[in-house]
Design a protein around this ligand. Structure first.
Ligand SMILES: NC(=O)c1ccc[n+]([C@@H]2O[C@H](COP(=O)([O-])OP(=O)(O)OC[C@H]3O[C@@H](n4cnc5c(N)ncnc54)[C@H](OP(=O)(O)O)[C@@H]3O)[C@@H](O)[C@H]2O)c1
Length: 327
């Protein structure tokens, strides 16, 4: 596993880290035993950074991470999120009182006195025009409730605006073969300001593993069934907002580009790692085998310039018209 510096924190984090949404909920039934085994496999492979949120399984994934900490001696970092417990997403909801309540709850779930990283969880765009919200985060850091903070965003424009707040250490954004716009506008600016980038949904919700077909069935409580048109939350979070059938077609073409001794999943993760502005990709993993496969992408050879060019051409032809201007 290779490591990269996260913002100005001085921390070196695994370039393939772990996204803990699926082990919390909204991805069909998961068994805590499998989830815990997946978390152990991540540590075994050198992962030292885990992304979670207070709402994943209503705190379930945070509690699993607390359990992991008790079962292992290695030091690892946990980045959690706050804001989605609000019944309604309004800018006013991001108040001192609400944020403090959410953070206190995460501290209890994670069984710690200080959160390593707290991210605002895709708040309304208006929040990025409210310096008072970031002042609250500064105060919470002074009080010792959080060590560092960052944001998780839907749109490139929100990511760029967030860079204006001097203590933002990380920006989490969807970035994968099917979502390339962040690299055009945002990456250079983040790099200049030494702000870390967490590439989320790196496998386009599993589409980029190549295992999903037209006939794949998803459980009732799996967002890949119920959120394709954004019925429950931003449609970009499900298959990165790419039309299911179009996505499957492009996946077939991507399969031709997989290097020897690698898998399509690893090609997708390797592609992300070719961007030096990215601190880490945070693939979700439900089982140890998935985690091992994902982590192995770190030690594979870089993709050739030719492969990178072909991937860009596929994106330009098939995917760009569907997603590029939306996020
Ligand atoms: N608003 C936000 O801040 C936000 C939103 C979305 C995600 N995130 C974060 O980003 C993380 C990653 O995004 P994501 O989980 O949405 O999507 P993802 O990483 O693109 O896809 C994860 C899913 O792909 C499948 N998978 C993973 N590795 C695999 C492998 N090696 N082989 C086959 N299948 C594999 C698993 O599901 P199956 O086995 O069921 O197919 C897994 O749950 C999340 O866990 C979360 O931490 C944050």
């Amino acid at each position: 596993m290779n490591y990269r510096e996260l913002g100005r924190t001085g921390w070196k984090v695994s370039e393939i880290s772990f996204g803990a949404w699926a082990i919390g909920g909204a991805w069909g039934t998961v068994d805590d035993k499998d989830s815990l085994a997946a978390l152990h496999a991540a540590l075994d492979a050198g992962v030292n950074f885990f992304d979670t949120a207070d709402v994943y399984g209503d705190g379930r994934s945070e509690r699993l991470l607390a359990k992991l900490k008790k079962e292992r001696t290695e030091k690892f970092y946990v980045a959690t999120k706050a804001g989605r417990r609000l019944r309604e997403q309004t800018p006013e909801g991001y108040s001192r009182e609400n944020l403090t309540t959410f953070i206190e709850r995460s501290l209890r779930n994670l069984e710690t006195d200080t959160l390593d990283v707290l991210q605002l969880h895709c708040p309304p765009t208006q929040v990025y025009y409210m310096p008072e919200v970031f002042d609250i985060l500064d105060d919470l850091a002074k009080e010792g409730k959080i060590r560092h903070y960052g944001v998780s965003v839907e749109k490139v424009e929100e990511a760029i605006k967030a860079l204006e707040f001097p203590n933002v250490q990380s920006v989490q954004i969807i970035f994968n073969i099917f979502r390339q716009r962040p690299a055009e506008l945002f990456f250079d600016q983040a790099r200049k300001r030494k702000v870390g980038i967490l590439a989320r949904v790196p496998l386009a919700s599993g589409l980029l593993t190549g295992k999903i077909t037209r006939d794949s069935k998803f459980a009732k409580d799996d967002h890949r069934g119920f959120n394709r048109k954004g019925e429950a939350f931003d449609r970009g979070e499900t298959f990165s907002g790419v039309d299911f059938k179009v996505g499957l077609g492009t996946v077939e073409e991507l399969k031709q580009l997989v290097p020897e001794n690698a898998t399509l999943t690893q090609l997708a993760l390797r592609w992300i790692l070719e961007f030096p502005a990215v601190t880490c990709a945070i693939p979700g993993g439900k089982r140890p085998e998935q985690v091992a496969e994902n982590c192995a992408a770190s030690s594979l050879a870089p993709l050739s310039a030719e492969t990178m060019k072909k991937i860009r051409a596929l994106y330009n032809a098939d995917i760009k018209p569907l997603v590029h201007q939306y996020w």
